[in-house]
Design a protein around this ligand. Structure first.
Ligand SMILES: [Zn+2]
Length: 59
């Protein structure tokens, strides 16, 4: 299974796409970082892959 991740453009913290909350927006977990990460920032092919396989990413 492919691991879809988002890299924070501000601090470089890597976040797994499945950690994004249901609204698909989350604050960067990086220490002291205020960047907001959005699912929509992922490349289109990665978004499609994630949504197609969404149930497999559920914890
Ligand atoms: Zn960050």
């Amino acid at each position: 299974m492919r691991i879809i991740t988002i890299t924070c453009p501000a601090c470089g913290t890597v976040v797994a796409a499945n950690e994004l909350e249901d609204d698909r927006v989350m604050k960067c977990p990086g220490l002291g970082c205020q960047e907001v990460l959005r699912f929509e920032d992922l490349p289109e092919d990665e978004r499609e892959y994630f949504l197609r396989n969404r149930e497999r990413y559920q914890i």
